[in-house]
Design a protein around this ligand. Structure first.
Ligand SMILES: [Zn+2]
Length: 70
């Protein structure tokens, strides 16, 4: 199983994320976020839900941001 970042298209190889220049990957591919893109994604989500109330606090947690009351 190949793990590929759906945003930057890097693939996980052992414990590293590397850029591949192949057009097609050989075998089944599972899409996820690499740590860099995940942080961007989480920050986006947190921004989107900022000010919408405490019921959205899980999105703040996702981004590792401060609590909504702060
Ligand atoms: Zn990525």
């Amino acid at each position: 199983m190949i793990i590929q970042c759906c945003k930057c298209k890097k693939i996980r190889h052992e414990r590293k994320w590397i850029r591949v220049l192949l057009d097609g990957l050989d075998g089944p591919v599972s899409h996820t976020y690499c740590p860099v893109c995940y942080r961007e994604f989480a920050a986006q989500i947190a921004n989107e839900f900022k000010g919408r109330g405490p019921e959205n606090s899980r999105f703040y947690d996702l981004a590792g941001a401060a609590s909504p009351s702060a």
